[in-house]
Design a protein around this ligand. Structure first.
Ligand SMILES: Nc1ncnc2c1ncn2[C@@H]1O[C@H](COP(=O)(O)OP(=O)(O)OP(=O)(O)O)[C@@H](O)[C@H]1O
Length: 243
């Protein structure tokens, strides 16, 4: 049986014939959180942009339910349930929290009230312009907007960008809840590696555009030295089965 979302030998990048990520394989399952880790410039954002349809794949394929996703169409990806929360949050700063959410409302889809059950702190800020929210609240709003689209696959780029660790500690467990309660597959790029692993099921490490490690998050928590070696670019038996 095919996975919910699969990358097969995906080449991703910005210039034809010069991929920055090469031969990337990935399988995402409903309700599971996968942390996509790796040093700066490894290609993590490039993978998310490609899966979210903001960059066309340069090679290989991305399949949803075993069917190829159209290349380079964010609209098509979102329609099929693959939704990106970008690291710049992409909010309409002059619109209120409610207005930002209402713009993503779909007929018969998740309601603003249902989404705010994940982020009760936003209820008190519903009439405030997005530009006047704190960094943490803005991030909550960015994730909430994505949830309004009823994602089957939620791609989250650097939730923690510019946020204090204490805020990240509050937000990441909510991401876990979202996966568990909505059954979405979550692919999470996160620099707070230890925190990300505490809420993830699986982890993939990219270095210089190639996968150097793919293990369960629990294994990497138990044996952090494996992760350190992968960050240094060493290929540490890509999956546990290859040990
Ligand atoms: N718009 C772009 N045009 C050309 N090259 C780009 C573009 N964006 C990123 N790159 C290059 O692609 C490579 C991978 O970048 P990417 O942002 O995907 O890495 P990353 O793992 O997300 O890094 P970070 O953790 O620093 O965000 C880098 O060499 C980067 O310079």
């Amino acid at each position: 049986m095919s996975s919910l979302l699969e990358c097969r030998s995906l080449d991703a990048g910005y210039v034809k014939g010069r991929p920055v990520v090469r031969g990337f394989d990935l399988a995402l399952e409903p309700g599971r959180v996968t942390a996509l880790l790796g040093p700066n410039g490894a290609g993590k954002t490039t993978v998310l942009l490609t899966l979210g349809g903001l960059q066309p794949a340069l090679g290989g394929e991305v399949l949803l339910d075993g069917v190829a996703l159209p290349k380079g169409s964010a609209r098509a990806a979102a329609r099929k349930g693959v939704v990106l929360v970008p690291d710049d949050r992409a909010l309409f700063t002059g619109l209120t929290t409610r207005e930002n959410l209402a713009l993503c409302r779909r007929r018969g889809g998740t309601t603003i009230d249902q989404v705010l059950d994940f982020f009760p702190a936003l209820r008190k800020r519903i009439k405030v312009d997005a530009g006047k929210l704190s960094g943490g609240e803005q991030q909550m709003l960015a994730v909430s907007r994505a949830l309004m689209l009823d994602p089957r696959v939620l791609l989250i780029d650097e939730l923690s960008m510019g946020l204090a660790p204490v805020i990240v500690e509050e937000l990441l467990p909510i991401v876990r809840r979202v996966a568990t309660e909505t059954n979405a597959a979550v692919l999470l790029v996160e620099q707070h590696v230890r925190l990300a692993l505490t809420i993830a099921d699986d982890a993939v490490v990219l270095a210089h555009g190639a996968t150097v490690l793919s293990r369960s998050a629990a294994e990497l928590i138990a044996e952090p030295s494996i992760l350190e070696r992968a960050y240094l670019g060493e290929t540490v038996a890509v999956s546990a089965g290859e040990k």
